[in-house]
Design a protein around this ligand. Sequence first.
Ligand SMILES: Nc1ncnc2c1ncn2[C@@H]1O[C@H](COP(=O)(O)OP(=O)(O)OP(=O)(O)O)[C@@H](O)[C@H]1O
Ligand SMILES: O=P(O)(O)OC[C@H]1O[C@H](OP(=O)(O)OP(=O)(O)O)[C@H](O)[C@@H]1O
Ligand SMILES: [Mg+2]
Length: 285
Amino acid sequence: MKKLKIAIQKSGRLNEDSLKILKDCGISIDNGKDQLKAAARNFPLEVFYLRNGDIPQYLRDGVVDIAIIGENVLVEKGENITIAEKLGFSKCKVSLAIPKGETYNSVKDFEGKRIATSYPETVKAYLKEKGVKADLHIINGSVEIAPNIGLADAICDIVSSGSTLFKNNLKEVEIMLKSEAVLAVSPKIQAEEQQILQKLQFRIQSVLTARSSKYILLNAPNEKIEAISKILPVLKSPTILPLAEKGWSSLHSVIKKEDFWDVIDELKANGAEGILVCPIEKMVL
Ligand SMILES: Nc1ncnc2c1ncn2[C@@H]1O[C@H](COP(=O)(O)OP(=O)(O)OP(=O)(O)O)[C@@H](O)[C@H]1O
Ligand SMILES: O=P(O)(O)OC[C@H]1O[C@H](OP(=O)(O)OP(=O)(O)O)[C@H](O)[C@@H]1O
Ligand SMILES: [Mg+2]
C-alpha cells in the first residue's frame, strides 16, 4: 500500500507542535532522536525530519507529498506550492525594523538603505510593490544584531513577542506579512497519496475545530433558560436537561474558546450557576 510522505521540521520551533498535531490525529510515530525518517504505526504515513528552509524544494521536487512548514517560508520560496490547511500554531510576523531612536515616516524611508535579512525575496517583493529601492544584505541568523554592528541600517526578520527587537534597541515599523504553521502540498502529489491526504485533513480539521471550541455546562432556573440560550454564542442549539431540583435545568453546549469571557458576566446576571467549561478532544461538524 502507498504511503503519504510528510516533511516536518527536524528541530526548532515547529517540531514539537507538528508532532503533537499528528499525535492528536491518532497517528503514532517513532520519534528517535537521530532518525531522519520514520514510519507511522497506524496510518499510511512516512515522516521525513528536515530543515524548515529546505522543505519548499523537497515539495517542489515531489520528494515529499506534504509538509508542515511556516507560511513565511512559503512566501519566501514556495512557488507552486499550495496550502491545504492553516494549523494555528507558530504565529509570527515578518517585519521591517529600524533603530529605536530614529524617526519613521513611511516605507519610502527605506530608499537607498541597507537592510539585513534572511528573507530577501519577501523584502524585495514588498519594496518593489511600494516603489522603494534598497540594498539587501542576506544573513542566516542573528539578524537583529546587524544595525548595532554597523552592517545595516535596518532589518527584516520574524517578530513574535517583540523581545528580540527590544533587546537590540530596534522598533518594528512595517509588518510585511503574518504567518503561522501550515499544511503545504507538493504540486507533484499523485492520486493515491491525495486520497490519504484527504483522510489526514479530515482528522486535522476535527482536531483544530476541537482546539478552538469548549464544552460548556451550566445550571439555571427554567424561566431563564431561553434568555441564557440567546446570550450563548453556540454552534447549534443547546441541549437542555431537567435537574433533580424542581424548576431548574442543565444547559449543555459548545462555544468558541475566545467567546467565553465575553459572555460570562451576562450568564451570571441571568441566573446561571455551576458553570463548567471543558476541553473537547475531537469534533466532527
Ligand atoms: N519567535 C517565533 N515565534 C513564533 N514563530 C516563530 C518564531 N520564530 C520562527 N517562527 C516560525 O517557526 C518557523 C521555524 O523557525 P525556526 O527558528 O525553528 O527554524 P529556522 O531556523 O527558520 O529553520 P530551519 O529548520 O531551516 O533551521 C519559522 O519559519 C516561523 O514560521
Ligand atoms: O519577537 P520574539 O518573540 O523575540 O521572536 C523573534 C525571534 O525569534 C526567531 O529567532 P529564534 O529564537 O528562532 O532564533 P534563530 O534566529 O536562531 O532561528 C526570529 O528569528 C527572531 O529573532
Ligand atoms: Mg528561528
